[in-house]
Design a protein around this ligand. Structure first.
Ligand code: UD1
Ligand code: UDP
Length: 376
């Protein structure tokens, strides 16, 4: 029998991190011919991941443009992926998550009658504006997909509630945990060790709070409010706290973050970090503040109390586990909840315990098996 032809398509940092273990598993699987196409919806932030995991794309569409509008990016992806699908004629297109790349690639594959496998299927907030536009992107991926790799039972139930047949859903865990387990055992880069020493984290002189924020629905006032809250915390705790914020390259984030926090003592702004460094900084942190999707999974896996800078999450498993708490973007609430965790050891201990509702590190293996076992 001819090999199953699988074309993995991804474009941004988080897709690359979660697809890297899947690509490795596809490459190692007998009976599969694995190819990789990157849209490069992200450029630098994608390349950092490709380099770390040693994934070399077969096709690189190089589509990122500065401050790209959603409609233009969608149009570019659709137009540029179609000839790739025509050339490659894969049996399956494999996509991950809820970005514009995922939505447009799933649609392009559907137009060409190519089967779609959706990794991290079934995450929902049931609010089309939160997160924006990801809730709609992942719904479009769900209606085009033939095989849904749901990370958890809850995501499987979300798909069943939308009328997707159980035999088209495979519960796999999230390959975010596969990636985390692959990386967390590697030694920290020298630069991270140097920072931890310089900031006095190792000797316990200061505690580390790690921050990331980049969501589109937080552009404008909400991101400014987050920054004001961080400034208040820096002033309040003085030199007993080190706030560290690797800033996403989106100009809508770079602008306000650098303007409000650029000169605040106790706040260190960094460029986006290579994943290995970020994982080691998460490990060294006392607390994480984030609106990221992937960091909610990783923080839960590492047992790091995390305040989620959103009103709603599609990852309630972490909230149920007790490691994540939703705080939104109201600066008073962010400051109060952070103070509560930093000043009340009991409140902190209640949240600080590692749980892995998002996976056991074997998602990639189950995804490959799901593709090979598929029957229409
Ligand atoms: C995208 C995804 C979001 C995901 C996030 C992960 C969509 C609509 N959004 O948001 O779901 O959570 O990636 O980080 O798909 N930029 C660079 N270099 C890079 C990356 C981005 O300069 O390596 C700048 C560019 O100006 C680019 C802008 O950031 O135009 C926005 O990138 P885009 O991928 O459209 O949106 P994100 O906010 O990164
Ligand atoms: N990440 C990283 N470097 C950073 C910030 C985040 O490697 O400076 C990783 C993080 O550990 C997680 C992923 O990028 O695996 C999350 O990406 P992001 O928050 O941009 O996207 P989301 O998950 O919200 O879609």
């Amino acid at each position: 029998m001819a090999d199953l032809r699988v074309l993995s398509i991804f474009g941004t940092r988080p897709e690359a991190i979660k697809m890297a273990p899947v690509v490795k598993a596809l490459e190692a699987a007998p009976g599969i011919r694995s190819r990789v196409c990157v849209t490069a919806q992200h450029r630098e932030m994608l390349d950092q991941v490709l380099e770390l995991f040693k994934v070399t794309p077969d096709i690189d569409l190089n589509l990122m443009r500065p401050n790209q509008p959603l409609a233009q990016l969608t149009a570019q992806i659709l137009e540029n992926i179609d000839p790739v699908l025509a050339d490659e004629h894969p049996d399956w297109v494999l996509i991950q998550g809820d970005t514009t790349t995922v939505m447009a690639a799933s649609l392009a594959a559907f137009y060409r009658g190519i089967k779609v496998g959706h990794v991290e299927a079934g995450l929902r907030t049931n609010d089309k504006l939160q997160p924006f536009p990801e809730e709609i992107n992942r719904r479009i991926a769900s209606v085009t997909a033939d095989l849904h790799f749901a990370p958890t039972q809850l995501s499987r139930e979300n798909l069943l509630n939308e009328g997707i047949l159980d035999r088209h859903i495979v519960v796999t865990g999230n390959p975010a945990i596969d990636a985390l387990q692959m990386i967390v055992k590697l030694p920290a880069p020298a630069q991270v060790d140097a920072w931890i020493k310089e900031w006095g984290i190792a000797e316990g002189k200061r505690r580390l709070v790690l921050i990331t924020a980049h969501r589109r629905e937080n552009f404008g006032e909400p991101i400014e409010a987050i920054c004001e809250a961080l400034k208040t915390l820096a002033l309040h705790y003085g030199d007993s706290l080190q706030l560290v914020y690797p800033v996403h390259l989106n100009p809508n984030i770079q602008g306000p973050v650098k303007r409000i926090l650029g000169n605040v003592i106790g706040v260190t702004l960094l460029p986006p970090l290579e994943y290995l460094s970020l994982v080691h900084l998460m490990k060294a942190s006392t607390l994480i503040l984030t609106d990221s999707g992937g960091i909610q999974e990783e923080a839960t896996g590492l047992g790091k109390p995390t305040l989620v800078l959103r009103e709603k999450t599609e990852r309630p498993e972490g909230v149920i586990a007790g490691v994540l708490k939703l705080v939104g973007t109201d600066p008073v609430k962010i400051v109060t909840e952070t103070q509560c965790l930093l000043d009340d050891p009991k409140a902190y201990d209640t949240m600080a315990h590692a749980e892995n509702p998002f996976g056991d590190g074997r998602a990639a293996e189950r995804i490959v098996k799901g593709l090979l076992d598929y029957t229409n």
